[in-house]
Write a protein that binds this ligand. Structure first.
Ligand SMILES: OC[C@H]1O[C@H](O[C@H]2O[C@H](CO)[C@@H](O)[C@H](O)[C@H]2O)[C@H](O)[C@@H](O)[C@@H]1O
Ligand SMILES: [Ca+2]
Length: 586
């Protein structure tokens, strides 16, 4: 197997991920090349031009490994293969090569915590307790162990222990009972996992999203999350990556509170990135409450992270909109507001896509994206959200947010030549979001579309490294319907670049009076008219008085405060002007 050529990573560029925009794409959901109704690597490769045009820097691929698919592929039965219906290893390597040719990096999921019960390791473990794999999983003669560990998949699981008739013992699983947890106390397990990680890095990928890492190690009397032994294992993985694969990254999926997640960065010797889970539901909450308080509070509670590390931020992904990191009262609020139909609930979350959550209102979808793109962290977009795709709450588990990408209005939606009835999941049928109304082809031709707007926003963000590298200062203010903040960064020329971001969470026009002087040295800024990055509108000059910004309902603006900054080749002129917030879909 040829390894793909890596995207050139210079010494200076080892921290590429800090200014990158990520895009999560499920291979089976994106494009089908051979007419069997299932998306595949050749199909995904054929859409790389589109992804390059959109302006994303790195794709995150959820599991595509051999799997009985009891959990969307997060039940891996072979760590070194490609699921046959998605392609071959050669096609995978070819895809990575073609992505790299376009400057697009690739990270894949690595499911560390558990395997499928169909994995040969588990089969050997249950059949031969004294054999070489006997100790690969967490076995017990009693389920009265680790009783303080919560159950995560509450809709289906009653216990984290399941009795195995073959071995006559219980095995431990934090997720479905078909996903036994690996025993990371066993050094051979750690070696095997490291070896599988190296297998993919040797094929040329740019890193991993490490799935469900808080649960690697168990200890009685604890909640079995975030234990020191878990961090030790991740540090070993990082040491290996730094030594042999510099420039490749580890993105940690730890659905935890910020003070616990920052431990996964270590001293920049553990994961390079970690998802910021708690801020996500608060963006939705703040929007519904028309009040920034919950967003401001969680960001204030977020510790600093090492200079070389970065948050991963997101609005939606392939899972339910998780509500694990909110209070009971806030969870009830979110369910009341965003899951009026009981079928919308899933485990401790809401299985809906972004556009339906926003009732198809593109103004609110744009506002959420504007905040996502301006807040600290590297944004991780979810396939289909760039066109406002819908969901299907009638499908089981979280399948309703994983339906085929809608490329075109015709039969098959441009996803596949197969009969629609043969698709791996049905296309969205909801008339408000079906392929005739929501598709890439039509939005490509409409300069005012959500797709063009998001693309233009990515260009603007990409031209201002302050969004990836800058400090964050919440401006507060009396009007809590307005969420305003500064991002500041001293550029390579020693000039401090500052962008003021102002967001109106309310459905009514709002005026913000911002006390810039309380947070910024105004010397040198007085009399400066900030550059509006999102529109050609002239702005008011900065004075010693509060800076006044008027915003329409759900409006937002990014104002570059720094005088005499370099010219930016940004497509501000209509029709790509992203501040043109007219919705073609409300
Ligand atoms: O592999 C098992 C699961 O791992 C990830 O789960 C994460 O999402 C869960 C919600 O679906 C969340 O509650 C949990 O804390 C996370 O670890 C993965 O993203 C899931 O798809 C997968 O089922
Ligand atoms: Ca196919």
């Amino acid at each position: 197997m040829d390894r793909a050529t890596a995207v050139e990573t210079t010494e200076d560029d080892l921290r590429w991920f800090k200014t990158a925009v990520f895009y999560e794409v499920m291979v089976r959901s994106f494009a089908d090349s051979n007419g069997d109704g299932v998306g595949d690597f050749a199909g995904l490769a054929s859409k790389l031009d589109y992804l390059q045009w959109l302006g994303v820097d790195c794709l995150w691929l959820p599991p595509f490994f051999p799997s009985p698919m009891k959990d969307g592929g997060y039940d891996v039965s072979d760590y070194r293969g490609v699921m046959p219906e998605l392609g071959t290893l050669t096609e995978f390597a070819d895809f990575v090569e073609r992505a790299h040719d376009r400057g697009i990096r690739i990270i894949t999921d690595f499911v560390m915590n558990h395997t499928s019960d169909q994995h040969p390791w588990f089969q050997a473990s249950r059949n031969d307790p004294d054999g070489p794999y006997g100790d690969f999983y967490v076995w017990s003669q009693t389920p009265q162990l680790y009783e303080d560990a919560r159950i995560i998949f509450v809709d289906t699981e009653e216990s984290n222990w399941t009795f195995d008739e073959v071995r006559g013992e219980y095995f431990w699983h934090r997720f479905y009972s078909s996903q036994p947890d690996l025993n990371f106390e066993n050094p051979t397990v750690v070696d095997e996992v490291m070896s599988a990680i190296r297998f993919w890095l040797d094929l040329g990928i740019d890193g991993f999203r490490l799935d469900a890492v808080p649960y690697l190690i168990e200890e009685d009397g604890t909640n079995c999350e975030n234990l020191p032994g878990t961090h030790d294992i991740l540090k070993r993985v990082r040491t290996m990556v730094d030594e042999h694969y510099p420039g490749r990254i580890l993105l940690c999926e730890a659905n935890q509170w910020p003070q616990d997640v920052v431990e996964y960065f270590g001293d920049d010797d553990e994961c390079h990135m970690a998802f910021h889970f708690p801020v996500m539901p608060r963006l939705f909450m703040g929007l519904r409450q028309e009040d920034r308080t919950s967003i401001s509070e969680i960001l204030a509670d977020t510790p600093e992270i090492p200079e070389g590390c970065q948050w991963g931020t997101f609005l939606r992904n392939h899972d339910e909109l998780t509500l694990e990191m909110v209070s009971d009262a806030d969870r009830e609020y979110m369910w009341d507001e965003y899951a009026p139909d009981p079928r919308m609930k899933c485990n401790i979350g809401i299985r809906r896509r972004l556009a339906p959550l926003m009732d198809g209102d593109h103004a609110r979808i744009r506002l959420l994206h504007a905040m996502l793109l301006a807040l600290p962290g590297s944004p991780v977009l979810y396939y289909g959200d760039e066109i406002g795709m819908g969901d299907n709450i009638w499908l089981p588990d979280r399948h309703g947010v994983r339906t085929p990408m809608q490329w075109a209005p015709q039969e098959g939606a441009g996803f596949s030549e197969a009969a629609e009835t043969d698709f791996f999941l049905p296309l969205i049928q909801d008339p408000s979001f079906d392929k005739t109304l929501v598709n890439v082809e039509d939005q490509m031709m409409d300069p005012g579309s959500l797709l063009h707007w998001l693309r233009a926003m990515l260009v603007i963000r990409g031209n201002h490294e302050v969004f990836g590298l800058g400090t964050f200062t919440d401006l507060g203010g009396e009007n809590t319907a307005v969420f305003s903040f500064l991002r500041s960064h001293v550029d390579a020329g020693g000039v401090e670049q500052t962008v003021l971001c102002v967001n109106n969470l309310s459905g009514e026009p709002q005026t913000a009076e911002l006390d810039l002087g309380a947070h910024l040295d105004l010397t040198g800024l007085l009399g400066v008219r900030p550059e509006n990055l999102l529109a050609d509108h002239e702005t008011e000059p900065i004075t010693e008085d509060p800076y006044v910004v008027d915003l329409p309902a759900h409006g937002f603006t990014w104002l570059h405060l720094t005088p005499q900054h370099a010219e930016h080749p940004v497509p501000l002129a209509a029709p790509d002007n992203p501040n043109d917030q007219e919705s073609e879909h409300d």
